[in-house]
Design a protein around this ligand. Structure first.
Ligand code: F6R
Length: 217
């Protein structure tokens, strides 16, 4: 942001970036950083939750970053949980393109190597699309909702192509739970069973790991 105030940032939710977002908020409050000219695009959202739901990713971003920094709310984008088709979902890719493309994409990684909601599969999906959540993801998310029936069954996610189009990618991972996914992403075959493995073909990517997440390298 200091180098390029009008940067287009690709942002992630989850527990991994929380420390980063707190630090960015601190730097912003201290006057060392400004989000005033930037544009942001988040990776994903649950289908069926609107931005006021406390488990929506829009709500997460508002609470953990956007309300704590000087970003213009109208310059923040989270995919819509109201989309009904992949054609509608792809309009989000068009919005990113119209904004000039993502300069820096921030990523976390799932225990199974997923990035965004791109779960292990037989293929890589290029564009923004609707994803059917796996039973294990539904179970994992159960704790945030009143009952399992309340857990969304679908999400909208940037595709692998949308992520790979970013000029720079920064993947963060912490904790031993991520060590196997990181090993598979860094040393395993480039294969959609570990979606993050494709990142090795990007020309400007950094994996920033703590010792535990790097434990199997
Ligand atoms: C979040 C996202 C996910 C998370 C991943 C890791 O927008 O797209 O891929 O980055 O599930 O989640 P945490 O950080 O909670 O371990």
């Amino acid at each position: 942001l200091n180098e390029k105030p009008e940067a287009v940032l690709g942002l992630a939710t989850g527990s991994t970036p929380l420390g980063l977002y707190a630090e960015l908020a601190r730097l912003c409050a201290a006057g060392e950083l400004s989000f005033a000219k930037c544009t942001t695009f988040n990776l994903d959202e649950y289908i069926g939750l609107d931005g006021t739901h406390d488990q929506s990713y829009r709500y997460f971003m508002n609470k953990n970053l956007f309300e704590k920094v000087d970003v213009r709310m109208e310059a923040t984008h989270v995919p819509s949980g109201a989309v009904k088709s992949d054609e509608e979902a792809e309009q989000y890719d068009a919005q990113i393109k119209a904004a000039g493309g993502i300069d820096l994409q921030l990523l976390g990684i799932g225990n199974n190597g997923h990035i965004g909601f791109n779960e292990p599969a037989d293929t890589f999906v290029y564009g923004c699309h609707i994803v059917n959540l796996t039973q294990s993801t539904i179970q994992a998310n159960r704790r945030f909702f009143d009952s399992e029936d309340d857990v969304p069954r679908q999400a909208i996610s940037l595709g692998i192509g949308s992520i790979m189009n970013a000029r720079r990618i920064l993947l963060l991972a912490t904790g031993a739970d991520k060590a196997e996914a990181i090993r598979n992403a860094v040393y395993g075959d480039i294969n959609p069973r570990t979606q993050a493995s494709i990142l090795r073909t990007h020309s400007n990517v950094i994996f920033l790991l703590d010792k535990a997440a790097a434990g199997l390298l």
